[in-house]
Write a protein that binds this ligand. Structure first.
Ligand SMILES: Cc1ncc(COP(=O)(O)O)c(C=O)c1O
Length: 425
């Protein structure tokens, strides 16, 4: 399928901006929140919408199934797993909900999470705790910057503590929900090492990889998590509303979509091989699947740019170099550990503002001034009493965009410091 032509070679950086619909006067430094996609992908997406509408019965009764399977095969080649271990869902929130709410918890079971969990996932775990049997949540609280070893050790210590209390392997922790890359701070987590640690302690690993596919290389067969969910609409350039869940065959009997539909079957016996996993997720109510199928055009586009390695190489370097530029403008530093494993395609820079009790309105101020005044929004957050900005790197950006972002952040910080009530430290 030749759906676009990249007009020969294009350079990474500003010259690629014309492939995207981003307004010319806007500096887009927040790819991590919602993603965006090139016009070539929009064309691929609309092609599937048109195909479906031309003969909706043919599409839903017959055409759709082999095409969706081919899309999973393509993704399986990229992240190293079988197509049958993947299902599409609209987003990571739906995917994590489907898995977490499918699992059967017994009274006294525990769930382990990090305090840096994405807020929607934290709410999902709270819902489990409040609505199911008595499930306890154990929270590990990392303070960044932190080495990978330190994070893994903190998690291991928490498990060992529970084991010593209960005298059983895993200390009654049934499942741990861990990010592959956290949202804030936007840092890579050594999730592969954590999966191994959890496995050694008989704990199910549910990995929130919302930011993973397209941002870091993934080999799911090798890492072997129990469950992995990732958004294609963030870093892979598909149309929004497109994510995948990976569940190895051994665990498929446990999982159902958060929306139950006609293909639902209970599989109480884990040796029961008649999995309805694919059927249940392929159809959980009428929807437009074209967003999922935009994955073909997204992969083709990325291939035409030189492939995943080239894209990642450019974006990693830009995040590091751009982050240094922003830190210099702000007179602060990048959040990074000695081993330099935290920064991938998002970089976190400390803001030169003091945290205090009355700084709750700062978030709104960064949104309003960023979006309307400077036309360059950068998400900011407070981590253990220190304010940081998270800047996303991307193929359509170069260092001058980071400089623009650095100057707008500096102006907002200066204004906030001037306005800070006297006496507030
Ligand atoms: C770590 C993490 N998990 C989950 C999500 C939720 O993704 P979605 O809104 O696509 O469900 C996000 C969104 O930014 C995220 O950063």
């Amino acid at each position: 399928m030749q759906i676009f032509n990249l007009n020969g070679k294009k350079q990474f950086g500003k010259s690629l901006r014309s492939d995207f619909l981003i307004a010319e006067d806007y500096t887009p430094m927040n790819h991590g929140s919602y993603g965006t996609y090139p016009v070539q992908v929009r064309a691929g997406f609309r092609e599937y919408q048109d195909l479906a509408e031309r003969s909706i019965d043919t599409w839903f009764k017959r055409g759709f199934y082999p095409v969706i399977h081919r899309a999973k095969e393509k993704l399986g080649e990229l992240i190293h797993c079988d197509a049958d271990e993947l299902v599409f869902v609209t987003n990571t929130t739906f995917g994590i909900n489907s898995i977490a709410r499918s699992l059967q918890f017994a009274p006294g079971d525990k769930i382990l999470m990090l305090s840096t969990i994405y807020d929607a996932m934290g709410s999902t775990l709270e819902y489990l705790r409040d609505s199911r049997v008595d499930v306890e949540i154990i929270t590990v609280d990392p303070v960044y910057p932190l080495s990978d070893d330190d994070l893994v050790n903190m998690i291991e210590d928490a498990i060992l503590k529970e084991e010593s209390k209960t005298g059983v392997t895993g200390g009654k922790i049934k499942m741990a929900l861990i990010d592959a890359i956290t949202s804030v701070p936007g840092v890579r987590v050594p999730w592969e090492r954590i999966v191994k640690l959890l496995r050694d302690h008989n704990i199910l690993s549910l990995i929130d990889g919302a930011h993973a596919i397209g941002q870091i290389p993934l080999n799911l067969r090798e890492a072997d998590p129990d469950f992995f969910v990732t958004n294609c609409h963030k870093w892979l350039f598909t149309v929004r509303g497109s994510a995948i869940i990976y569940v190895p065959k051994r665990n498929q009997y446990m999982v159902h979509p958060a929306t139950i539909s006609s293909s639902y079957r209970n599989h109480p016996d884990k040796n029961d091989k008649s999995s309805t996993f694919q059927a249940e997720f392929n159809w959980h109510g009428t929807q437009d699947h074209s967003g999922y199928l935009s994955v073909f055009a997204a992969l083709e586009y990325r291939e035409a740019l030189g492939g995943e390695e080239k894209i990642q190489e450019y974006c990693y370097k830009l995040a590091r170099d751009g982050g240094d530029k922003v830190a210099k403008i702000l007179g602060t530093e990048v959040m990074e550990n000695k081993e330099k494993t935290l920064t991938v395609q998002m970089v976190n820079v400390r803001l030169p503002i003091k945290a205090h009790d009355g700084d709750g309105h700062y978030l709104d101020r960064f949104i309003d001034d960023g979006v309307y005044k400077y036309k360059c929004f950068v998400p900011v957050y407070k981590h253990h009493g220190t304010w940081y900005a998270r800047l996303s790197s991307q193929i359509y950006l170069d260092e001058s965009d980071f400089e623009t972002a650095g100057h707008s952040l500096k102006s907002i910080c200066d204004d906030l410091e001037k306005e800070r009530p006297k006496g507030k430290k």
